[in-house]
Design a protein around this ligand. Structure first.
Ligand code: ACO
Length: 324
């Protein structure tokens, strides 16, 4: 059986940092409110000359270097993003050109907002499992600051910009839970809840990207329940218990949502990657940035089980179980 294993990670955050104290000066909020309700202390914001693609290219170069590979070794690029540089072509096509991935290889974007990386990783894994690709660059990259209404205190304090990249490649497995690599993936969407978290515009409606609007409390409630459900689904599908999970690598939206999943799994804080304090909610970039954090600190040991999970606009949610 063909499995996909993670061979390296990379990440990049723009240099410009906006702290909670900085936000106190532009909207009616306090640094304490933001930190207590969300865990966020600061976020990184792209400069005018930085874009989703430029952040993604920086993260990808780090992932390639860490794997000791060149762009020519990649035969697939998938980008999870909601904030593309252009309506078309895709960010993936632009990144292919910028990095020098060979012409004719596969490159496209997937759009599942904050679940974008889980959806992109699942897609890349399927291409590898069916022999259509051997080595994929899977990216989550966003410049959410471009769709933030900086006068809206209920959303502008939550989001930030960034990019993370992961290289996965085909490896032989036995088809058992002991295999290395991606063991299972679980994706869900409920368009019936589209309106509780969305952007207020679009190409075919207003002709503009619009701004993020969110019914925060509703989204929070759904996040906690949907993530609990998908964790159960993943454990059950693989015939394992919560004690088997070594690491939770969650989407970084709100530390209180992360803590709810942590409690459900009876995990200690040193078994959970939490980076939300440093960069806020970077949407599709947050899981690969969290993976990069664990990777560069050598946190994950060979054979350990990682549970990746996310929930975002759509609503979309999902999980991936990975043996390191
Ligand atoms: N500063 C100060 N007060 C504020 C702020 C702010 N920045 N924002 C809201 N408030 C006020 C509200 O107006 C409200 O005041 P009121 O009681 O007088 O009406 C009060 O604080 C409480 O507001 P709530 O919305 O009830 O606060 P809550 O505890 O729910 O926290 C939050 C809000 C942080 C947004 C939370 O609901 C949340 O994290 N939701 C989920 C977000 C998420 O996970 N998104 C994931 C996907 S994002 C994506 O896909 C792009």
């Amino acid at each position: 059986m063909i499995r996909s294993r993670i061979v390296s990670c990379g990440g990049y955050l723009p240099e410009k940092v906006v702290t909670n104290e900085d936000l106190e000066k532009i909207v009616d909020t306090t640094a304490d409110w933001i930190e207590q309700r969300t865990g966020i202390k600061q976020r990184h914001i792209a400069q005018d000359d930085e874009t989703t693609v430029s952040l993604a290219v920086k993260a990808s170069k780090i992932a390639l270097e860490n794997a000791n590979l060149s762009a020519e070794d990649i035969d697939m690029v998938i980008v999870g993003t909601t904030t593309p540089d252009m309506t078309f072509p895709s960010c993936a096509a632009l990144i292919q050109r910028e990095l020098g991935v060979k012409p004719g290889k596969i490159a496209f974007d997937v759009q599942a907002v904050c679940s974008g990386f889980v959806f992109a990783l699942t897609t890349a894994n399927s291409f590898i499992a069916t022999g259509q690709a051997k080595r994929a660059l899977v990216i989550g990259a966003e410049t959410l600051s471009r769709i933030i209404d900086w006068d809206d205190r209920t959303t502008c304090v939550l989001f930030g910009d960034g990019a993370g990249a992961v290289i996965i490649e085909a490896c032989e497995g036995e088809g058992t839970i002991d295999d290395t690599g991606i063991l299972s993936t679980h994706l869900h969407t409920e368009g019936q809840l589209a309106d509780i978290l969305c952007a207020s515009g679009g190409v075919s409606t207003s002709g503009e990207a619009g701004f993020i609007t969110m019914e925060g409390k509703e989204v929070f409630k759904h996040a906690v329940t949907r993530l609990a459900d998908v964790v159960d689904e993943t454990l059950e599908h693989n015939g394992i218990t919560k004690e088997d999970i070594d690491w939770l690598v969650p989407h970084q939206a709100n530390s209180r949502i992360i803590e709810a999943t942590m409690r459900k799994l009876d995990l200690q804080s040193d078994q959970v990657i939490i980076t939300v304090q440093n960069h806020g909610n970077t949407s599709a970039a947050s899981i690969p940035l969290a993976l990069y954090e664990g990777y560069k600190n050598n946190a994950f040991k060979k054979g350990e089980l990682l549970l990746l999970e996310a929930m975002g606009g759509g609503l979309t949610w999902g999980a991936c179980l990975v043996r390191w």
